[in-house]
Design a protein around this ligand. Structure first.
Ligand SMILES: Cc1cc2nc3c(=O)[nH]c(=O)nc-3n(C[C@H](O)[C@H](O)[C@H](O)COP(=O)(O)OP(=O)(O)OC[C@H]3O[C@@H](n4cnc5c(N)ncnc54)[C@H](O)[C@@H]3O)c2cc1C
Length: 411
């Protein structure tokens, strides 16, 4: 691929990616209630995503992917999540791993470091595009959450590789993903900023054990379970990008994947709830009359208010994704992504509660999707950056703190 100029998708191709995800999202919508009720992983949806080539959505076209930018990705993910938010959330976990690689200028790095990185990147691309393999993100730990600077999972160097020991208690797609991208601290880490690296562990590794405990309020079809790593050996090539100790610096400088990848998911949940609400109010009659609730000015006024807040979050989300696409890693992009994460995360619980209040008691019934949207939306502000962390970040940014320094962030 050297010397070839990377060509991104045309405007029409970007719209085609979004349309493809809209089409699949509508298919997923039919299956969402079943997966939610069972708390089972949406295997059929992932087969559809694989068949459509979407595991390569972020991968450059010259490697057989779709080459989406962050804005196209966000809008495409929104369409998937309108149909099924658990599928959207887990699909995003794969893209957190893959998407950050697609943004690298590997050719510009050169030398043996550049060659090692390129080999790793091409392996991930091949696994995603040709082998249709899924990557999961295994970072959060008991009592630590996703605070990377506090991680207790350790790794040490041995001949030909590394040995990992620790527990990850929130691994979405556990048991279904083909690889776990595990964040761990080097046993040799010294100094104020811990040396955190990512290591890729195969699902079949005998020293990676899953425990099935996921029985929760919302996002029930994500199979988010603990994975235990006990003297878990991985070869040298399993080191993410072949580089050690850089994870904290990287996520401080470019937090958009970890923070803003979910934005499309939670915007999708609120959009689905809004669309349901409008349709419901169009058909539901005022008690004791034949007049649709949609004709009541009190209802119209309230729906108008909900619409303005939904659109404010949408504008913030698309704007942030556009700035990321154009100026990745800039303070402007990082502020925008935290702002949007806060907006969508706080919108969901409010909007879905307002929709239930407006539509009435019938909509808490499980045969209707609104109560699921209400439960799923509740999860947005719990995922990194939490709503409180977004505010902290934006406050610090307003005071001019240098947020490229890991110890200035909440990580
Ligand atoms: C549906 C779902 C799927 C997920 N999937 C994954 C996944 O695939 N991979 C993964 O790695 N993780 C995943 N996570 C986990 C997620 O990334 C977070 O780590 C997790 O939600 C944190 O939960 P926590 O409340 O235990 O921890 P924390 O975020 O640490 O919060 C605990 C409490 O402490 C408070 N708090 C935090 N920091 C401070 C502070 N400095 N000062 C004062 N108070 C503080 C918080 O407000 C909160 O009340 C998932 C989470 C959800 C909900």
């Amino acid at each position: 691929m050297q010397n070839e100029v990377a060509v991104g998708p045309t405007v029409q191709e970007k719209e085609d990616i979004i349309a493809l995800c809209r089409e699949l999202g509508q298919k997923f919508k039919e299956r969402a209630a079943k997966y939610d009720r069972e708390g089972s992983f949406p295997v059929e949806n992932f087969q559809d995503l694989k068949d459509a080539g979407l595991l390569g959505i972020m991968i450059p076209k010259e490697y057989g992917g779709m080459g989406a930018d962050f804005l196209t990705y966000t809008r495409a993910l929104e369409q998937i999540a309108i149909g099924d938010s658990s599928t959207g959330l887990t699909f995003n976990m794969h893209n957190i791993a893959v998407g950050s690689l697609a943004e690298l200028d590997i050719e510009g790095i050169g030398g043996s470091r550049g060659r090692t990185m390129k080999k790793f990147v091409e392996w991930v691309y091949d696994q995603s595009v040709n082998e249709k393999k899924l990557f999961a993100s295994a970072s959060s730990e008991p009592g630590i959450g996703a605070h990377f600077s506090k991680l207790k999972t350790m790794y040490r160097r041995v001949d030909d590789g590394f040995v990992i020991n620790g527990v990850k208690n929130w691994v979405s797609m556990a048991g279904y993903a083909d690889y776990y991208v595990v964040a761990a601290r080097s046993e040799e880490s010294a100094g104020d900023i811990p040396a955190i690296s990512f290591l890729v562990v195969e699902k079949e590794n005998p020293n990676a054990r899953i425990e099935e405990t996921w029985d929760v309020l919302g996002m029930r079809a994500t199979s988010t379970n603990p994975v235990y790593f006990k003297d878990c050996f991985v070869p040298t090539e399993a080191l993410f990008l072949g580089s050690e100790g850089m994870a904290l610096y990287k996520i401080a400088r470019e937090p958009h994947w970890l923070v803003g990848g979910y934005n499309g998911v939670y915007l999708g949940v609120s959009t689905a709830a809004f669309e349901f609400m409008v349709e419901y109010l169009r058909n539901k009659k005022k008690p004791g009359t034949d007049i649709p609730l949609a004709e009541d000015t009190r209802i119209q006024h309230r729906v108008g208010e909900i619409y303005t807040r939904l659109e404010a979050a949408r504008v913030a989300t698309y704007r942030a994704a556009k700035i990321v696409s154009e100026k990745v890693g800039s303070q402007e992009a990082n502020n925008a992504i935290h702002h949007a994460k806060y907006m969508v995360s706080e919108l969901g619980p409010w909007l879905t509660a307002a929709a239930i209040r407006l539509c009435g008691g019938t909509t808490i019934h499980k045969r209707l999707p609104l109560e699921r949207f209400y439960r799923d939306a509740r999860c947005g502000g719990l995922m990194p950056a939490t709503s409180d962390e977004c505010l902290l970040y934006l406050g610090k940014a307003a005071f001019g703190n240098d947020l490229t320094k890991p110890d200035q962030t909440y990580w």
